[in-house]
Design a protein around this ligand. Structure first.
Ligand code: BF8
Ligand code: SF4
Length: 626
């Protein structure tokens, strides 16, 4: 059994709430991870296959046992197929999330989504024009309907390429064309990936992985990009806002509602209901000083970006914040919601609510949200949370919240720079900012909670590297204090000077995981301004604590877009040295970027700094030896 005195996290709220959970006999992700030891070595190496029921099969990595599955698939084929199915699942998750937003956009255009509206007409018209829609003289709802239709086409098979690949620099599009990986339809690529990995279809590991790249690009420049753009259109383009983070954002005297998941379609309506006069009056009548809406995981990031709503924690905090006993209701949509949390909540008074027709959980009440009923449903749920406030027993909120600034969309970053990336490019050319790294992704109980993120980011900013982050990393870095303007004191002299002049922190919060596409848009703008390809830029990516299939897809679309990417945990590919070599070396010849795997964040920082300094040298800029 894990000793409760052993730190599971580098954060004090993580450790204190873990101890509280243990005291309350709440089983956590760390307990279940320990109970799974030793985890299967074949699966860990990607060498097991259960694609068909002639199997399950496994290949012996030591050459003693079978070297093929029943069908004859060898290690290379099995490893490649498994990885490709992870890519397909990740692409499907992000892109289906995007589809839900397109459906809301369509419903808004038809007047069938009370409560939702177009919050950024400017962005709506701008994106519509990118889709070739004539917008002049048309009213906003007509444009919204036409854009929703055009985006739906991107999901299908009528197009030669998804529309938003046109945002990539021309040189990059040529790279994709040459490699045959320009994504056609969003659903098409995922569907084809699943087809190719069926028994007896594509049995060439190179060909499989090539489709893996195309599938991931259909997410990055397709489904995820649509998700972000439509969210901005419906809920507003984010702008920097002050906020608070960690478990201390829960409030003793107020009704605490936590939203968890990914899609802002539900959480935005809940947020609206929480500030209604009617609900606030009801809360007062029930003895609460107010209604405190906070987020966890990516739906929290969406609210933080646009509304400055506080963030209680990231992936590994989702069970722990329930052990505060202060959560009156948790409302979930989908993705990264551990099926355990209904059980954890049962130890307290917390009401657990699921809202998506495609995501149900044990121990939760199901209240399905659709565009036509979301506004009403949200009010009903907030009311139920208020009613539940009086059922609280002991409350334990062990920390004070930490300040942070979030909400950096590309529009606001470029706006702060005077409408062009030129000042950022000048700072990079002058060597004050050496380059930039997007640090993204999850938590994973295999790594001490937040250790990878915080250690890596600290090293990067000390070395004058600007960090942009998304997803669960963004909570870790905010909790560590990297997201207040005074955090420039932790930065190297050049980064300190530039961020100080702009009044921004050295780590910029770009949003949720689908918002990684904001990074693609930013690097495209930088590459265009310099007249180079993305792979020439002194930039890199990193996922120090990743766990999910979505993170695999993000990593692959970043690399396929020319961004060398570091992974903390090793993906399940070591069963095939051919696949490992392709991912870590061979891809350089195809897309100008590769993966690097390094679990130690201190060493990972050196790897990333070297990538950046090498790119600087190739661009003819001054470069340091590390
Ligand atoms: O999409 S970073 S643990 S919450 S997968 Fe999940 Fe990973 Fe968090 Fe958001 Ni992204
Ligand atoms: Fe075994 Fe081949 Fe079936 Fe996989 S596809 S389970 S390797 S027989």
């Amino acid at each position: 059994m894990i000793d409760p005195r052993t730190d599971v996290s580098i954060t004090s709220d993580g450790n204190l709430l873990f101890d509280k959970a243990v005291k309350d006999n709440v089983e956590t992700v760390w307990h279940r991870h320990e109970a799974q030891q030793p985890q299967c070595g074949f699966c860990d190496m990607g060498l097991s296959c259960r694609i068909c029921i002639m199997g399950p099969c496994r290949v012996d990595p030591f050459g003693q046992g079978p070297q093929t599955g029943v069908c004859g698939a060898d290690a290379d084929i099995i490893v490649a197929r498994n990885l490709c199915r992870m890519i397909a699942a990740g692409a499907a998750s992000h892109s289906d999330h995007g589809r839900d937003l397109v459906e809301v956009l369509e419903a808004v255009s038809k007047g069938e989504a009370p409560g939702y509206k177009i919050r950024s007409e400017e962005k709506l018209r701008r994106v519509a024009r990118e889709y070739g829609i004539q917008t002049e003289g048309k009213d906003v709802l007509t444009v919204a309907g036409e854009l929703a239709d055009a985006m739906m086409e991107d999901y299908g098979m009528r197009r030669k390429s998804v529309t938003l690949v046109n945002r990539a620099p021309e040189k990059r599009r040529k790279v994709w064309e040459k490699a045959g990986i320009t994504p056609r339809g969003i659903d098409r690529e995922t569907s084809e990936m699943m087809h190719r990995t069926h028994m007896g279809v594509d049995n060439d590991w190179v060909s499989l992985l090539t489709q893996g790249l195309r599938n991931a690009l259909s997410d990055g420049w397709g489904g995820s990009m649509i998700a972000t753009e439509v969210s901005d259109i419906l809920f507003g383009v984010p702008a920097p806002k002050p906020t608070m983070v960690n478990a201390g954002v829960l409030k003793k005297g107020q009704v605490n509602i936590v939203v968890h998941g990914h899609n802002p379609v539900v959480s935005e309506m809940v947020s609206k209901a929480c500030i209604s006069e009617e609900m606030l009056a009801l809360a007062k009548a029930k003895g609460a000083a107010g209604i405190n809406l906070v987020g966890v995981c990516c739906t929290g990031n969406e609210l933080l970006m646009r509304r400055g709503i506080a963030m209680a924690g990231n992936h590994l905090m989702t069970e722990l914040i329930l052990s505060t006993g202060a959560v009156d209701m948790m409302i979930v949509d989908y993705q990264c919601i551990m099926p355990s949390i209904g059980k954890a909540a049962a130890c307290y008074h917390t009401k657990m609510i699921s809202t998506s027709d495609k995501a149900r959980f044990p121990g939760m009440e199901h209240h399905e949200f659709h565009p036509d009923n979301a506004e009403e449903k949200a009010k009903t749920l907030v009311k139920a949370a208020i009613e539940n406030f009086g059922n609280r027993k002991q409350v334990y909120i062990p920390v004070a919240p930490q300040e942070a600034v979030g909400g950096f969309s590309i529009e606001t970053i470029l706006g702060a720079l005077g409408g062009t990336p030129a000042p950022l490019i000048d700072a990079i050319k002058a060597g004050k900012i050496r380059g930039a790294v997007g640090v993204v992704g999850c938590n994973n109980p295999k790594i001490k909670h937040d250790y990878g993120h915080v250690t890596l980011i600290k090293k990067l900013i000390e070395n004058d590297i600007l960090v942009v982050d998304t997803g669960c990393v963004s909570v870790a870095s905010a909790k560590a204090g990297f997201k207040v303007p005074s955090a420039i004191e932790m930065a190297g002299p050049g980064l300190k000077e530039i961020c100080g002049a702009l009044g921004i922190p050295p780590v910029l919060h770009l949003g949720s995981c689908v918002d990684n596409v904001r990074i693609l848009v930013l690097v495209s703008a930088l590459a265009d301004a310099l007249g180079v390809d993305i792979s020439d830029l002194p930039v890199a990516g990193s996922a120090p604590e990743w766990y999910s299939e979505k993170a695999v897809t993000i990593g692959v679309y970043c690399v396929a877009s020319g961004i060398t990417t570091h992974l903390g945990p090793m993906p399940p590919v070591t069963g095939s040295m051919n696949v490992v070599k392709l991912l870590t070396e061979g891809l350089n010849d195809v897309v100008g970027a590769t993966f690097g795997v390094e679990p130690d964040p201190e060493k990972a920082a050196v790897f990333l700094i070297r990538v950046i300094e090498k790119k600087r040298k190739a661009l003819g800029l001054d470069s340091r030896t590390v």
